[in-house]
Ligand binder design. Structure first.
Ligand SMILES: Nc1nc2c(ncn2[C@@H]2O[C@H](COP(=O)(O)OP(=O)(O)O)[C@@H](O)[C@H]2O)c(=O)[nH]1
Ligand SMILES: [Mg+2]
Length: 690
């Protein structure tokens, strides 16, 4: 492998809406650079980047994938992110590793949500942004409608560098304002043609110059004085503006037909900030002091694991970006999360599924270390003598939960193992066992996301599962004070059994059962109190009307009787549970349901619809108003958990993917009669099934 210094490395996250041509563009770049000898096509399922079986089947990216090529003597590391929101975890990984973001959209598109989200993610991370409008070969789609839409949204910083000259609906040639040259394409081959004289091209050229001028004050003065820029000034102005985030170049091409792809590569290799120039990262040292970690080949090791893959052949692969220092197979790295030190193993570079051994990962570069058992996505690896913790990966939180049921009995353990492996690769998935409902709960970002998990369990781990709506953890309670007797008497052979208690049951505020005693004169001997309490606790846990734990209840043992021979702990325990059973029907029992606080965010125009939906879910709106982001509203409501089932799906479809939400358990509340009746009826039906 050729050695590259940080100044010759570019790390680029390829982002944007699903289906706009990201993977196709990446394949075109790899092919153009000679990194592949055949142009992969998404439709044919033979691309370098969508190599996963699931991606081939769905013909779309479901996880981030990495590839590398050399262009103009620079090492270009590209991370192709998935576009569909269910697979947004891949976007977080790509943005964490990228020193700049290429936001891909296709000719004819407006400002789609994928582009908007990518723009936001790149801005939050403070990395340079480029727009690439691909698909300009399609004659019914216009580059300029997309340009206008982006211009309306992002304004002057949008800098047209590489644009098409149209002849009717067809691209006549591409104009590159940095080179000040025009190129015509046939069969993916460029021929230089004279710079066209065209009013639209001139208009674009002045937009280009205005954006260039934004990079440096000197240039701005020159621009207003009407002076022309030299080539060097243009490059300098652009570099400065792009690095500071004030200028976003926009480039046109066709990934599928290889038009202007090498021009895009020229621009990216020259104008994306070098890994060595990207502003430093912020981290904390051992004493929790903030420190800046600069990209420095001779510095102390600081690296971040931004992605993990469980490869069937290689085993665990940790994708690592080195900010400072170097990782070799001999490196002992300190893992801040665990406080352990781990020796690195084999180091490889990946191109999609293809792997090549490499001797080290230098500062500014990205590579894979295999079989690091103690390293997870988000971990910082640093010099044990100078530990540091960098920012992790900003993953979206799971929002859709389903219960997993195993088709074949006895495979539960295998399913859990498979899920744990998949979670290692995808931190936007969570899995746990709900002790109360005894269900295995899988949570992810949406229906497709969970669907991929089900398919992977089958294809990779050979186990079949079904997903169902999780059971809701209801509670039971009483609303009235009652005093009842529980008497247990049995004569069987020699010893009989005798226990007799009088217990007062009443509502209280404690979730857990409160047990007290007021026994006078030893009507129930002291040594049986614990048995009475135990009988009550067991009964309360099982519930009395629908099989759910009973809460907010206080029980006071105040009287009873005993037999000197036949009374036992067992007999008093049984007497207590009889008392409980007798009490509940008299004490005005009720079903409580869990209610959570919903915070939903959506574009202004969707507020009405979402509010309507929340109301239909028996939600109580407790607040609304402008969110922190522009054009977004925040809606806060209390909603019964039982009603939240498909909220994530509805919110996404109503807001075209722009909406998102959090939902957290708040408290138990009395369920309305209709709900309570149904819970009780379901319980009775389940008893009959058993
Ligand atoms: N005509 C045309 N179609 C394209 C171009 N790029 C991608 N496509 C098609 O658009 C679809 C989605 O492309 P893909 O690269 O998978 O998009 P991604 O989801 O953004 O990675 C595929 O059917 C491609 O063949 C292009 O430049 N021109
Ligand atoms: Mg893709």
């Amino acid at each position: 492998m050729k050695a590259y210094s940080a100044n010759d490395i570019r790390n680029i996250a390829i982002l944007g809406h699903g289906g706009k041509g990201k993977t196709t563009l990446c394949e075109a770049m790899l092919y153009t650079a000679g990194a592949t000898d055949r142009l992969g096509k998404v439709a044919d399922g033979n691309t370098v980047l969508d190599f996963d079986a699931e991606e081939k089947r769905r013909k779309t990216s479901v996880s981030s994938a990495m590839a590398t090529f050399e262009w103009n003597g620079r090492k270009m590391n590209i991370i192709d992110a998935p576009g569909f929101f269910d697979f947004e975890g891949g976007v977080a990984e790509a943005v964490r590793a990228g020193g700049s973001a290429v936001i891909v959209t296709s000719a004819g598109s407006g400002v789609d949500v994928g582009a908007e989200k990518a723009f936001k993610a790149a801005t939050n991370r403070g990395i340079a942004k480029f727009f690439v409008v691909t698909g300009v070969d399609a004659e019914d789609k216009s580059f300029y409608s997309t340009f206008d839409a982006l211009k309306a949204e992002y304004g002057t910083p949008l800098c047209p560098i590489l644009i098409p000259l149209m002849n009717g609906n067809k691209v006549e040639c591409f104009v590159n304002f940095i080179k000040n040259k025009a190129f015509k394409y046939s069969d993916g081959k460029a021929t230089e043609v004279p710079m066209p004289e065209d009013s639209l091209i001139e208009e674009m050229h002045s937009a280009f110059l205005e954006a260039v001028a934004m990079g440096e004050d000197e240039l701005m003065e020159k621009f207003f004085a009407g002076e022309t820029f030299t080539h060097d000034e243009i490059v300098k102005g652009l570099k400065a503006g792009i690095a500071s985030g004030d200028v976003y170049p926009i480039l046109a091409c066709s990934g599928l037909t290889l038009q202007a792809v090498e021009q895009v590569m020229d621009v990216l290799s020259k104008l994306t900030p070098a890994a060595g120039d990207v502003a430093g990262e912020w981290g904390v040292d051992e004493s929790n002091n903030e420190i800046e970690v600069k990209c420095d080949e001779n510095g102390s090791l600081a690296a971040i694991c931004f992605k993990t893959v469980a490869d069937p052949f290689v085993g665990k692969m940790s994708f690592i970006k080195v900010i400072s220092g170097k990782i070799t197979p001999e490196t002992q790295a300190y893992i801040s999360r665990t406080g352990e030190t781990e020796k690195m193993g084999k180091i490889i570079s990946v191109n999609g599924a293809k792997q090549t051994d490499i001797p080290y990962i230098g500062a500014g570069d990205i590579g894979v270390v295999t079989k690091l058992s103690g390293v997870r996505t988000g971990d910082t690896l640093s010099n044990p003598k100078k530990p540091v913790t960098l920012m992790g990966v900003n993953f979206p939180r799971p929002c859709l939960s389903m219960a997993v049921s195993v088709r074949k009995k006895g495979e539960e353990e295998k399913v859990a193992q498979g899920l744990n492996r998949l979670i290692e690769e995808d931190p936007t998935l969570t899995f746990y066992i709900n002790k109360e409902t005894r269900e295995q709960i899988l949570s992810g970002l949406g229906e497709q996301h969970l669907d991929v998990v089900v398919t992977k369990l089958k294809t990779k781990f050979g186990v079949e599962v079904d997903l169902t709506v999780p059971r809701v953890a209801y509670r039971e309670t009483i609303r009235k004070k009652v005093e009842v007797q529980g008497r247990h008497k049995k004569q069987s052979g020699g010893h009989g059994q005798f226990g007799d208690v009088w217990i007062r049951f009443e509502p209280c505020d404690s979730e857990e059962l409160i047990f007290e005693e007021e026994v006078f004169g030893g009507s129930v001997p002291k040594n049986f109190f614990p048995a009475v309490e135990k009988g009550l606790r067991e009964s309360v846990a099982k519930g009395a009307i629908a099989g759910y734990p009973m809460v907010n209840i206080k029980a006071t043992l105040y009287d009873g009787s005993y037999h000197p021979v036949d009374s036992s702990e067992m007999a008093f325990k049984t007497a207590a549970s009889i008392a409980f059973k007798n009490a509940v029907p008299l004490a005005d029992p009720a079903i409580l349901e869990p209610v959570g606080t919903l915070k939903a965010y959506m574009p202004d125009e969707n507020l009405g619809d979402i509010m309507g939906d929340v109301t239909k879910r028996r939600g109580r709106v407790i607040g609304m108003g402008a969110a922190d982001e522009p054009k977004m509203q925040e809606l806060v409501a209390e909603v019964p958990m039982a009603e939240m089932g498909n909220f994530s799906t509805i919110l996404r479809s109503v807001t075209a993917g722009k909406g998102y939400f959090t939902f957290e358990f708040t408290r138990y509340e009395e369920a309305p009669k209709a709900v309570a009746d149904k819970v009780i009826a379901d319980y009775k039906a389940s008893l009959q099934e058993d």
